[in-house]
Design a protein around this ligand. Structure first.
Ligand SMILES: C[S@@+](CC[C@H](N)C(=O)[O-])C[C@H]1O[C@@H](n2cnc3c(N)ncnc32)[C@H](O)[C@@H]1O
Length: 427
């Protein structure tokens, strides 16, 4: 590890949370029971994991850049290009193109020429591309398209593309749709254990709507909304008391941590919630969820969506200041770091993050998350993978319930859109 990066990591890991806990790197005694490696190899194991996370983070950022390059309307009059279609055009039928497709070429030129103005995404991605110019964009595009094509081809062959996520770059994406399975999971947890309460909550990887691979929405600056959706769910279900509720987020992405650092200080903490899917693609249950979303944490303001988004569900939400102040964040790699002493959270939510981890990484992530829960605390995630139950149970996170949640209408044609939740209770 280079000295500069090492010093930065140490600084990050020693950063006090201001709540009596310190974010620290794990020690040998923290490793899951039966860990195969010796104490003397711990340092190199952690360094490898951190190095790998940095590489995957960089790959993920370059995938977001390509998604932005193909879809944004901020820097060009060229039509948006659907990334999966671009992958077919570039590489389909066994083609081995060295040239960017013409539409991508024109967008790349416009992107490199554009003045960032006030668009935070454009400024962010131009900085990411740095002085690499067209070569940088070409190689980012090539890598991203190869991944997309393989994913599409596996899907066409009826194979689950999930294993690909264990190799790919880390995405920071989030959508309001993710809140529905969490809300449903919390309602089920309440029915299983009516006396259970969750005033102290951990969100692992809350994400940010930076530049999703498809259906990019760029009407508003990047936002993170999962902690607010969780706060709203807990309060509306009567599972938390507003004066006690505190939500802490852990994420490796600096933009996510910065978002929460700045949000509560705004004179008007305002979220713009827009569904990634159109109304007719969503079930009436989801629509009802969205209609109520935010009622316990803020005041709704009208939001007129422009014509291309007219079919989407949308609302602006002025978050009450006390709720906004109750959401905080730290930068931690959940594979190699944890808060110490244990904050004893009542609830940990980790959706669309465990999918990125292989079995070894899952053991570390779940050991770290479990260590921050109180006995009887609940972990809620949405990764239905048989190995997770066994890994979690060995760590004392007993699986108690899991269900598939349907986002699309019952009568809809085509493949149903599904999410899920899984609940584990810490022994
Ligand atoms: C795909 S997003 C999911 C966002 C949100 N939870 C949702 O369901 O919409 C994954 C998030 O996990 C974060 N993440 C990925 N690997 C991580 C790690 N090793 N430690 C901490 N955060 C990580 C990413 O930065 C990102 O914010």
């Amino acid at each position: 590890m280079k000295a500069g990066i090492g010093a930065l990591l140490l600084l990050l890991l020693c950063a006090g949370t201001g709540r009596g806990q310190t974010a620290r790197r794990i020690r040998f005694a923290d490793l899951p029971p039966g860990w195969e490696e010796s104490e003397s190899s711990l340092e190199s194991t952690l360094r490898d994991l951190e190095q790998r996370t940095r590489e995957r983070f960089r790959e993920g950022e370059s995938d977001h850049l390509v998604a932005y390059l193909l879809q944004s309307k901020q820097f060009t009059a060229e039509p948006a290009i659907e990334p999966a279609l671009s992958a077919w055009e570039y590489l389909g039928d066994g083609r081995r193109e060295a040239m960017l497709p013409a539409g991508v070429e024109r967008r790349a030129d416009d992107f490199l020429r554009a003045s960032p103005g006030k668009d935070p995404r454009l400024a962010y991605f131009q900085k990411l591309a740095g002085s690499g110019g067209k070569d940088f964009l070409r190689s980012a595009y090539d890598r991203c398209m190869r991944f997309l094509l393989e994913k599409e081809q596996r899907q066409e062959r009826g194979q689950a593309p999930a294993d690909l996520y264990r190799e790919r770059g880390l995405s920071v994406d989030t959508q309001v749709e993710a809140g529905f399975a969490v809300w449903t999971g919390l309602a089920v947890q309440q029915s299983l254990q009516p006396e259970w309460r969750a005033d102290r909550v951990l969100i692992v990887g809350p994400g940010l709507d930076l530049a999703p691979r498809t259906g990019m929405l760029e009407l508003f600056p990047p936002q993170s909304y999962q902690p607010f959706a969780v706060a709203d769910a807990l309060l509306s279900l009567g599972l938390a008391r507003r004066d006690r509720l505190r939500i802490h987020c852990l994420d490796i992405h600096p933009l996510v941590v910065d978002f929460f650092g700045g949000f509560s200080k705004r004179s008007e903490p305002l979220l713009h919630l827009v569904s990634g899917l159109r109304r007719e693609q969503l079930s009436s249950d989801f629509e009802e969820y969205f209609r109520r979303l935010g009622g316990s944490i803020g005041r709704e303001q009208s939001l007129r969506l422009p014509p291309p988004l007219a079919g989407h569900l949308g609302k602006a939400l002025r978050i009450e200041n006390d709720v906004a102040r109750g959401v905080t964040a730290d930068r931690i790699n959940i594979l190699t770091g944890r808060l110490d002493p244990s904050p004893g959270y009542d609830l940990a939510v980790a959706t669309n993050i465990l999918v990125y981890f292989d079995a070894r990484e899952l053991r570390l992530a779940l050991a770290n998350i479990g260590s921050m829960l109180r006995p009887g605390g609940i972990l809620l995630h949405n990764e239905v993978r048989p190995e997770i139950d066994a890994i979690a149970a060995a760590l004392g996170l007993i699986p108690v319930q899991g269900r598939v949640v349907r986002l699309s209408p019952e009568a809809g044609s085509g493949k149903p859109l599904l999410d899920s939740f899984v609940l584990h209770r810490r022994r």
